[in-house]
Design a binder for this molecule. Structure first.
Ligand code: NAD
Length: 294
């Protein structure tokens, strides 16, 4: 069974590392927060006092960090992982970060002869715990064949999106579309409700018609329509408004760098930012419905 170093044990990384332990891997963990390390030790993981010490000699390194600067600091430079590992270790960064940093780290790894893939996920904390994440990977076909062996112990759908950075681009495209169709779904449901329609009946009509989409079908934003959706549980996340604003910023950065004028993406970001500025950052993103109710 391959050995794994897991770096970054937060809301997502913690449950992902647990699933690797459950699958029988020898897992060595590192996080800046000692409490996060202690929790994984209790679950059976070994620990180290730096990312390099955790990673040296392991078959895989998996990182799940907040942003591009943390990923760059972990992998690049004299103290970074790439300067201390060899081609026997495959590195998978599952964080959601800017595509430019993902490409930079991917290219530095290739130059050092180390397999690396940006491998961001779709699915939140519940999917991380259930082992049902989707992974979108950017890097070589050869590294992807190794990556899928270990990612299968944390997720269900594993895609090779293209070369270095392509995983982050795929994630940006998906989350921008999600942001937009959630807003469209909110607008349609609110318009129906204000005209006397029951949002549940209207949802059934649109689900059988051409307005059908994931927000309507799986994550209905109107309270009371879908028992298990955040909307029916006080908009407890789920997927926080703060993270949606972060992901829209990354998506629009990709658009700007490639000369694409994403008009709806920009408009969606302005609406989520407005919602965030009204104290809703830690609520589920489907609470954006309230922007159309006031
Ligand atoms: P989090 O803030 O809960 O966890 C991040 C962890 O990384 C923390 O434990 C922190 O101490 C640790 N850390 C920070 N810098 C470090 C370093 N240099 N070395 C070692 N550890 C370090 O964040 P999260 O919710 O687990 O999200 C992680 C990533 O996954 C983010 O990029 C996020 O955008 C993405 N993501 C999150 C969700 C979600 O629903 N939470 C869903 C999909 C993707």
């Amino acid at each position: 069974m391959p050995s794994v170093a897991f770096i970054g044990l937060g809301n997502m990384g913690g449950p992902m590392a647990r699933n690797l332990l459950k699958a029988g891997h020898e897992v060595t963990v590192f996080d800046l927060a000692p409490a996060a390390i202690a929790e994984l030790e209790q679950a059976g993981a070994g620990s180290a006092d730096s990312a390099v010490a955790a990673a040296k000699g392991r078959d895989y390194v998996i990182s799940m960090l907040p942003a591009g600067k943390h990923v760059a600091a972990t992998y690049l430079g004299d103290d970074g992982l790439l300067a201390h590992l060899d081609d026997s270790t495959t590195c998978l960064d599952c964080s959601t970060i800017d595509a430019a940093t993902a490409r930079e780290v991917g290219e530095a790894a290739a130059a050092a002869g180390i397999g690396f893939m940006d491998s961001p996920v779709s699915g939140g904390v519940a999917a991380a715990a259930a082992g049902t994440l989707a992974f979108m990977c950017g890097g070589s076909a050869q590294t992807f064949e190794k990556a899928r062996l270990i990612l299968a112990d944390m997720g269900k759908n594993i895609f090779h999106a293209g070369p270095a950075g392509a995983g982050q681009v795929a994630k940006g495209c998906n989350n921008m579309l999600l942001a937009i169709h959630m807003i469209g779904t909110c607008e349609a449901l609110e318009m129906g409700a204000r005209n006397g329609l029951d949002p549940k009946v209207l949802s059934e009509i649109m689900l059988a018609s051409s307005g059908r989409n994931w927000s309507l079908e799986v994550y209905n934003p109107y309270p009371g329509v879908m028992e298990n959706a955040p909307a029916s549980n006080g908009y407890k996340p789920g997927f926080m408004v703060d993270l949606m604003v972060k992901d829209l910023g990354l998506a629009l950065e990709i658009a700007a760098r490639s000369g694409v004028d994403n008009q709806l993406g920009k408009h969606a970001r302005a609406i989520y930012e407005q919602h965030q500025s009204e104290g809703n950052g830690a609520r589920d993103f489907s609470s954006v419905l309230e922007q159309f109710q006031d």
